[in-house]
Design a protein around this ligand. Sequence first.
Ligand code: PMP
Length: 401
Amino acid sequence: MLPIYLDYAATTPCDTRVVECMLPYFSELYGNSNSFHIYGSQALEGLHNARCQIATNLNAEPKEVIFTSGASESNRIAILRTVERLKSDFFTAKTQHTSVMSLVTNLRNTGANVHYLKVGSDGILDLDFLEQELQKSKGLISICWVNNETGTMQNIKTIATLCHKYGSLIHVDGTQAFGRIHVDAKDLDVDFMSASGHKIYGPKGIGILYCKSSVAKYVRIPRANPDVEFGIRAGTVPIPLCVGMAEASRIAKSYIDSELVRLRKIRNDFINTMKNNLEEIYVNGSETSNYPGIINMSFRGCEGEALMMESPRIAISSGSACTSNKLTISHVLGAMGIDPDIAQSSLRITMGRPTTESDMQIASEDLTIATKKLRAMSPIWDMIKAGVDINKTFKRGIFQR
Ligand code: PMP
């Protein structure tokens, strides 16, 4: 039997209703949206309706919704092109998704100044520091709304207001937010926002970049075909995927309010159970500003990976999916200043629409048994219990950053 899936921040299953509505666009309405004939106009109509649906969910204009291959590409388009066109600085925090962090080298190679913003131990952006930095220079700020590893949620409206006050632009990585919390692009007044289809029970290989009309010029490809995604992207548009993402976002919106309440209760029960069962466990991220479906928990004295192997009934991850194959400390927890031994013992458990209370009951049973077993065999746990400061004792020898 397969383990219970508790990795919904990594990806979600495609909703069967989404699959149904994509099917005709593979073999019946298969035209190229750029063709002049009836096949082309059928495809174009599907694309237009998909764009309008997503625009409605975002409270944006249809022409502000650009289909991409996913949030990684959206992040790349918004950040690299804007910073290069404006020859401006780039501001971000070290808690961002790897698709943003990996752009820093590219930006530095093109001569851009990169400023790292400060976050607290809860992962929340230090707004005083941000304001000081914005007073010194202008540029593009990129910030993740809901952190994919911890669920910590930033106050995007306040950050956007600050950015605009000092003449900077803001890109929001909304990948874990879109379809999970309400998103109103006009109210937030952000310049760019990325989202992904496969995080919201839609297909993989599709995402969007929201580009406010006034800033779209910074991300257009010079001399591109203006008929393809308003000149921001090239190639043949994957209509079935666009239609699927639109349907997924329509369905997701109808679940947001009830899911937030349901997941909050399951989260609280799970955390309370774990705290009753075990000593020295920690919830990483903000206690007050978080998306409830993402739980990042540390089990002191245990390796995250060992805990996963000892919990065969659940499919979870240590750190984010993109870094979970590396035995280094999560860059997100490191940037939050979490002690290396706590960061090394962290797991990410993420819930979705199919997750039930009894799934999380099984997770708590497995993780409790696994933690007790590993601690019973662990010399490090004995040292922790004896009051040894193991982070000082081992420096960075065993806990690599
Ligand atoms: N940003 C965040 C916050 C994410 O969680 C992810 C997916 N792990 C991405 C970007 C990349 O999304 P995609 O898989 O659509 O490229």
